[in-house]
Ligand binder design. Sequence first.
Ligand SMILES: Cc1cc2nc3c(=O)[nH]c(=O)nc-3n(C[C@H](O)[C@H](O)[C@H](O)COP(=O)(O)OP(=O)(O)OC[C@H]3O[C@@H](n4cnc5c(N)ncnc54)[C@H](O)[C@@H]3O)c2cc1C
Length: 349
Amino acid sequence: MPDRADICVIGGGPAGSTAARQLALLGHSVHLVERAVFPRRRLGDCLALGISQVLGALGHSDPSGLRPAELLARWAGAEHRSPTFVADRGVFDAFLLDAARTAGVRVSQPALARRPRRHDDGWRIEVRQAGRCFDLDCRFLIDAGGRAGLLRRNRRRAGARTTALYGYWRPGVRDGPGVRVEAGHDEWLCAALLPDDTINAMVFVERARCAALDGDARRRLYRSTLSASDLIGPWLGTQLTGTFACDATSSIAEGTVGRDWIKIGEAALTLDPLSAQGVQTAMTTAMQGSMAAHSILRRPGTAAAAASFYQAHLRRLARHHDGLAAEHYRRQYQVQDRQFWIPRAVAPS
Ligand SMILES: Cc1cc2nc3c(=O)[nH]c(=O)nc-3n(C[C@H](O)[C@H](O)[C@H](O)COP(=O)(O)OP(=O)(O)OC[C@H]3O[C@@H](n4cnc5c(N)ncnc54)[C@H](O)[C@@H]3O)c2cc1C
């Protein structure tokens, strides 16, 4: 016999855990499937101050894994200091998932969700856990699987194609601001001292610049860019990990909600990492998305209105963040006339 729940949530990142908890608190039976063992590293460790409001609205008065820090930015020919947060995403994400468990969410972890298929009364999802497979039936499916997502849909690119090169370092020196952001010539850089006393140093470049590079050449590009930075280079000691690459292009999924499914978090919308608002936005889409799912399930007559409300919310968020990022890039372009900044300085229409 398949397991059964009203709602199945795929992915236990900030979006999935938040939506699962909200829906369980609203009285639904919720089953969440997360493939990774927690705690696990995740990109997105510098969180803008607005995260406090989001956590407050969710009733999380004392979240684990967050630490206040000072951000120093060298951008557009000026230096700017501001308060921010640094997250140990291993601890922070585990805290949110535990809060979902406490609210009554059933969690399968580590477990891989595969091949959602429609059946008479909703969806059947094949789940692989500890070498065995079981089917999970639900009326409503929430895709919170991050950038790759589980329900494949086309995505509309919203910004210039960008690759992030990153790695983890031992600090060389220990004083000074805990988060550093700098505009380079044809790239920008960001480094954060994490609560586990390692530094995550990232370099954001045009995708074409490193697409054809092999691992060694990519590593050289990464390390030479970091050493050329007065702000970040001297801060770094030994590199503790390899040099990794991932996509950092902002995008929005073409379809985000239907009569029995919804995409939330990065499965729906990815922001330019310059905003440092990816996690908070993933959580707000989860809050709005769970309200839409609740309306659709409890009052099917309101499904069309709930879906269009959610889609409009996502479009507004995307426009807002794309506009802010473009404004920042434009300021840098005004002091440095380089090709890298040009496509980034234009907000998509
Ligand atoms: C280079 C880079 C830098 C960034 N920097 C920042 C930053 O400084 N600040 C910030 O706020 N944000 C940042 N972000 C964005 C941030 O990482 C994301 O916004 C955030 O993690 C999204 O949360 P999520 O829950 O949507 O997805 P995720 O955190 O990706 O969680 C998705 C979860 O789904 C699970 N999963 C996926 N598929 C399956 C499956 N089939 N079965 C079971 N489980 C599955 C995964 O294991 C994962 O745990 C950055 C992103 C990038 C790429």
